[in-house]
Design a protein around this ligand. Sequence first.
Ligand SMILES: O=C(O)CCC(=O)C(=O)O
Length: 221
Amino acid sequence: MTTAGPHAFDAPMTAPETDDAERIDLGDGAWLRYIPSLYPPSVADELLAAVRDEVAWEQLKIYGHPEARLTAWIGGFTYRYSGKERKPKPWTPTTRLIRTDVEARVFGASGGQYRGVLLNRYRDGSDKVGAHSDGEADLLRDAPIASVSLGAERRFVLRHNTTKEQRVIVLGHGSLLIMGGATQRFWKHELPRDAKCTGERINLTFRQHRETSPTARSLWR
Ligand SMILES: O=C(O)CCC(=O)C(=O)O
């Protein structure tokens, strides 16, 4: 496999190099950082309850079938993915607070920003998201995607597009997973069903969009 060369929209390789981050090198310029405790359990409990209450959840239909989870898109612009156009909802106090913490961990002093977050709410283990990559044209290529988990532990499965190599990470309450570099180009990820899981989980996935994107607006914040 070849590593794709530089690209006009390539993002800098940004990742927190801290002691509490588990570094996972996926090869070909793809990498993960897993921080098990961005938030201690008591704080994560409060954030889970607040996000659940503040956010206007929707159950979208794909090709006429309801998705097996609830979602929300928060940000300053319309997000196009999976053939859908998603109008944004405004930031809530708690999603804004989490965004600030995540930006500090991911970008540090470089001052990078996330201008949108896709939220997923898995009511129990029968909710899931199928294998996909977050590779929409409007996303800044190779920019770090930061995923905060609140609530029940779930298995997050990555599978390489050609070799089919598989990596599994158990995403814990209050954790932060960063997918960076070429991860979205060479790997797909999914959150499979888990018949044993009875608890609820909320996930916030922060993405960076191209400022030049036709869908980007000046209402970032
Ligand atoms: O819930 C998760 O951890 C995965 C969410 C996800 O894959 C996505 O929003 O693209």
